[in-house]
Design a binder for this molecule. Structure first.
Ligand SMILES: [Zn+2]
Ligand SMILES: [Zn+2]
Length: 756
């Protein structure tokens, strides 16, 4: 439903802009690579990563299936993409451009390989970017462990005793009187009998635990900072699969969690544990785009990084030059950018991804790109060995693949045929619009703005349209366990594409939006109403020749509905221009249902049915008004509900379709505030007489013999223009009136129904 929601918005914009006369280019792409697919293949199809060829084949199959199902849904909702220009990130052309931009970055020193602590998911066995991890509240234990200094006990508090073998220093705050005398001395670790320095540092939180912290390789990001600040040694104890290595002897081979329990037991047994507190604390976990949620480890390893930190101010500047809808979403990007303290780690130890186009010499450690070996792109260096051009040693192909955001962050370049077709590029870059969800501002928007700016020195978008997430009918996030997941097929089969499109159009910029069966029911009823109105109008336009009409003799109520219609055109246009669809949809529905159907249609029926009494000119004026009003309504609605509008249009107007017609313009000469006031008076009087009939349980179609109305003199002129409409609409045989200054001026009239 999230895809349907987002793509209906995109389609509304495209259809609206086409009607406004723009040449719209809407290439639909599919982002294929990524962990979620690999996890599906691994966990659901039970194919191990070690069988690489089969694994890749299954990933591609799974992706092809997902794409065809999505495409089918897009077709069903009438999504008007330029399918001839669609692209997939797993296609050779796409991967070639990704690799080409990476080689460019490498040559410019923006891409580098370095040993650095990375965020590592031991469960998925891959490095992750900061955007993929988050904190989860978990229950844990805080262990108070005695170290020894000068024969005295020095107690630290930690949630991770298993990192003891990787401990490289003990830190206290310089203002902490309790430990003043210990700074500069050494502390002895229990079990391992190893000594580490005691240092003073202002970043120590005196109020946490005992005020003494132990620094390990690497407990958290603060440990990395301290390691750098004091050039502390690095003791690696955790393997990629989350087990401990021989540096953690006697705990090597154990998983992190097992080692934690075992070392705690040993410390208790030997009397080193003073107390254990149960606490709730935030644990850095693999939170994004998968159902993993495993705790993250910080492991030092060789990885590929793209320099982001050097360009943060550029990213902010370029982002500010774009128009964000809603505007407050820009701040989310700025906040995220300002919080970046690491470069972007782009290598993933996974399989289904764009390979990094590099070879590394085992002897001289030099890095060579596909360009150095004259390899055409895309290239898959995995498993290949080349001779090092410098030292003639073995250059081994990089085994890692790219983070999927490396692929998707060049979509504005791919669709504009960057480096392929300069003319096409100059016409289509920057993209006018990036539509996307707010949850991927810090990934898709951020990386795209950043990468495209580095490659083109230009902003890659003019506008960004940000949608929220679709929630279940209960307002909660859709999830299988809550049983509130709605698949698009269900509402599509029960109702129709135009019904579902109205639901989508009714969402608000940037806000989460629940799926609602009530809204669908209401939308469906509206379509029925529109259909019935159109049938009625079609019937009464049989003898109408729109080409021959020059100056119809419009009555006040015709002028009123035409004037109201101009206001509607203006409001719809203004809102569509700022990507707001729920307000125009609401205005159109209210107009169609109430002003047009309940009032105007009822007030002109007599003119349509009885030209012999009310005059042929009067009938033609009503036909003209109906014909014009309906054509405007269909065009205004067409971006939101194209199917029904095109169907009605082709039946009544015979030529073209609503969706290919020109967007209606405000016709200033039709704006008539006087007529609006006059019609308001008629509407009020008619409604009062109807109310009277209903109260007396008289059918609305039954005649009333005599009604007398007292009119305030100021309203006389208006009343004269609508007396015939009131009389005929309410079926009054004898309607008389008199001027009376005593009538309250506010209402303008007083009705006396004399005889039934
Ligand atoms: Zn994971
Ligand atoms: Zn070499």
């Amino acid at each position: 439903m999230g895809h349907i929601y987002n793509h209906v918005w995109i389609d509304i914009v495209a259809r609206y802009k086409r009607m406004r006369g723009y040449e719209v280019y809407l290439p639909q792409g599919f982002d294929c690579h990524g962990l979620p697919t690999e996890l599906k293949v691994e966990n659901e199809l039970k194919i191990p990563k070690s069988n690489r060829d089969l694994f890749l084949k299954k990933c591609i199959e799974w992706t092809e299936n997902a794409i065809s199902r999505m495409k089918e849904q897009f077709m069903k909702i009438g999504y008007s993409a330029d399918w001839d220009y669609s692209y997939r990130t797993m296609d050779p052309d796409y991967k070639a451009l990704v690799q080409r931009t990476l080689i460019d970055f490498y040559e410019r020193g923006i891409l580098y390989r370095e040993k650095h602590p990375v965020l590592w998911c031991p469960r998925c066995e891959t490095a992750l970017a900061k955007a993929e991890v988050g904190y989860i509240e978990r229950e844990g234990k805080l262990y108070y462990i005695d170290l020894e200094c000068d024969g005295k006990k020095l107690t630290i508090a930690t949630t991770r005793p298993e990192l003891m073998p990787a401990c490289v220093a003990v830190l206290v705050h310089p203002d902490d009187k309790r430990y003043e005398k210990l700074v500069g001395k050494k502390a002895k670790l229990p079990i391992f009998e190893r000594e580490v320095p005691i240092l003073a540092d202002r970043d120590v939180d005196m109020s946490f635990g005992t005020g003494v912290v132990y620094v390990c390789t690497f407990g958290d990001e603060q440990d990395i900072r301290w390691q750098k600040r004091y050039k502390l040694p690095i003791i690696e104890i955790i393997n990629r699969d989350g087990t401990l290595n021989k540096n953690a002897k006697p705990y090597d081979g154990l998983k992190v969690g097992e080692a934690r329990r075992k070392i705690a037991e040993d410390l208790i047994e030997k009397g080193y544990i003073r107390k254990i507190e149960t606490i709730r604390h935030s644990v850095l976990s693999h939170t994004e785009r998968s159902s993993c949620l495993a705790p993250i480890e910080l492991l030092p390893m060789e990885q590929w990084f793209i320099k982001v930190r050097d360009y943060l101010q550029d990213i902010i500047k370029v982002s500010k030059s774009m128009r964000w809808y809603p505007s407050y979403m820009l701040q989310r990007l700025i906040d995220w950018t300002e919080s970046m303290d690491w470069d972007w780690i782009i290598s993933r130890q996974r399989i289904f991804g764009t390979p990094l186009p590099f070879w590394i010499c085992k002897s001289c450690k030099r890095i060579f790109s596909a360009k150095d070996f004259d390899e055409p792109l895309p290239v898959d260096p995995r498993g290949s060995v080349r001779e090092c051009p410098i030292c003639h040693g073995q250059a081994v192909g990089e085994e890692d693949v790219c983070d999927c955001w490396v692929d998707s962050s060049i979509t504005p370049l791919v669709i504009s045929k960057y480096l392929k077709d300069d003319e096409f590029f100059s016409k289509t870059y920057p993209a006018t619009l990036r539509p996307q969800g707010y949850e991927i501002i810090r990934t898709w928007a951020f990386y795209t703005i950043f990468r495209c700016y580095l490659l083109t020195e230009k902003p890659c978008f003019r506008d960004l349209l940000i949608n929220g997430m679709v929630a279940g009918p209960d307002g909660k996030k859709m999830s299988k366990s809550l049983g509130n997941v709605i698949e698009p097929e269900e509402p599509l089969n029960k109702y129709s594409a135009d019904t579902l499109r109205q639901w989508a159009a009714n969402g608000t910029l940037g806000e989460d939006y629940p799926f609602s069966w009530e809204e669908l029911e209401h939308s469906y009823k509206f379509l029925n109403k529109l259909w019935n109105i159109s049938r009625f109008i079609e019937m009464h336009l049989q003898d109408f020749n729109r080409e021959k009409i020059e100056k119809p003799k419009l009555r006040a109520i015709d002028k009123w509905i035409l004037s109201k219609l101009q206001g509607l055109i203006e409001e719809c246009t203004n809102n569509f221009e700022r990507y707001v669809f729920n307000i125009p949809l609401d205005k159109i529905r209210t107009f169609v249902w109430h002003e047009f159907a309940d009032n105007y249609l009822e007030m002109v029926k007599h003119r349509l049915y009885k030209p012999e009494i009310f005059g042929q000119d009067s009938k033609i004026a009503a036909q003209y008004t109906l014909d014009y009003t309906l054509s405007v309504i269909l065009r205004l609605l067409s971006p939101i509900t194209p199917h029904i509008c095109d169907e009605i249009w082709s039946q009544i107007y015979k030529q073209g379709l609503a969706s290919t017609a020109e967007w209606p313009r405000v016709e200033k000469n039709l704006i008539d505030k006087e007529a609006e006031k006059t019609a308001e008076l008629a509407k009020r009087i008619i409604s009062e007489i109807r109310k009277f009939k209903t109260e007396k349980q008289i059918s609305l179609g039954k005649e009333i013999s005599k009604v007398k109305i007292k009119i305030h003199p100021e309203f006389k002129k208006s009343f004269d223009q609508v007396i015939e409409d009131i009389k005929a609409t309410c079926k009054i045989l004898d309607l008389s009136y008199e001027e009376s200054p005593n009538v309250e001026k506010k209402s303008g009239y007083k009705i006396e129904i004399i005889e039934l």
